[in-house]
Design a protein around this ligand. Sequence first.
Ligand code: NAD
Length: 370
Amino acid sequence: MTANKRLLVLPGDGIGPEVMREVRRVIDWMDHRRHVSFAIDEGLVGGAAIDALGSPCPDVTVEAAMASDAVLFGSVGGPKWDSLPFDKRPELGILRLRQDLGLFANLRPAKVMDALLDASSLKPDLVRGLDIMIVRESTGGIYFGEPRGIEIMADGSRRGIDTEVYTEQEIARVARVAFDLARRRTGKMTSVEKANVMQSGRLWRAVVSEVGAAEYPDVTLSHMYADNCAMQLASRPKQFDVVLGSNLFGDLLSDLAAALTGSLGMLPSATLGAPDASGRRRALYEPIHGSAPDIAGKGVANPCAQMLSFAMLLRLSFGMEEDAALIEKAVENVLAGGLRTADIMQPGRARVGTTVMGEAVVRELDKLAA
Ligand code: NAD
């Protein structure tokens, strides 16, 4: 069988390599059982790359990412590199990859599995079956807009400046990502901004409406002010499916949505770029958690977020919906069966480490595919 799916795997630092090892089990399982073959390249990023090659994101890693169909990223950072100057830190590894690959749409699902209902900050009834997707524009807006800085005024006092700026092209391209997702899901999308008080918000609302009317008449679009959206997410989250926001609002709302699920070790994410001539987008998939230095090397990290990131990769980069759903179901069944890593431990459940959790998911895949 020819391997026509090129993956770059970047385990990174801390628990990154530990949880990535469990994903490799799933990939091996797919190779053997599902007759899908991946050409896998493994590279260095973050502190591991600083130690070996003197840079958090060496050119060789960027070149390998460019040559791949998708990047599966672990996590970077740790106390060993904390004293390095800001422009040499491991965290720059992910920033350079996002920039060089032109990844502008950050996708963060917030899904509540029945087995983990109690981990939510909300009452079980409010979040049972919750499945929402926050799409955040991630290369523009106020985090990058000029002018920015802290200046000294004529009277000697200081003034801090950031600029929220969006072109209609930047808004339209991320809106298309959100509309495409909504079309594959329930056909419902909510776009958030502050069109009542911000000019960039007025443009955001207008452009999203135009793209929707011209290209996605089948998707039901609604608009909501970002502050109201935060309140609605915390009180009636199930009214949402796909939620689209700017870099700033998407950042805040995706963290809020993550809190509804209550478990950092369970949440995957994707960041997508523009489609090429064949329709394929550059993409990077990673858990939302960091390198967890406090538990690194102890064999107790939860590998589920990394496994679910791989499921997202299969769905969004390769259109392998059935395989993605199989992995998600396997994770869900293992949790329903009572196994828990320490971060999601509940009374009466069986506490297991990273490897046992990974092996259990593969065994469940065997059962589901039988
Ligand atoms: P973190 O996400 O690494 O850890 C926060 C807490 O959650 C810790 O107590 C940790 O043990 C726990 N945790 C996280 N993932 C877990 C998992 N899979 N299983 C069980 N427990 C888990 O955030 P932090 O402590 O703020 O940051 C640690 C380092 O990671 C820092 O150097 C930071 O810069 C870096 N970081 C990297 C990324 C990334 O690589 N994209 C993201 C966030 C933070």
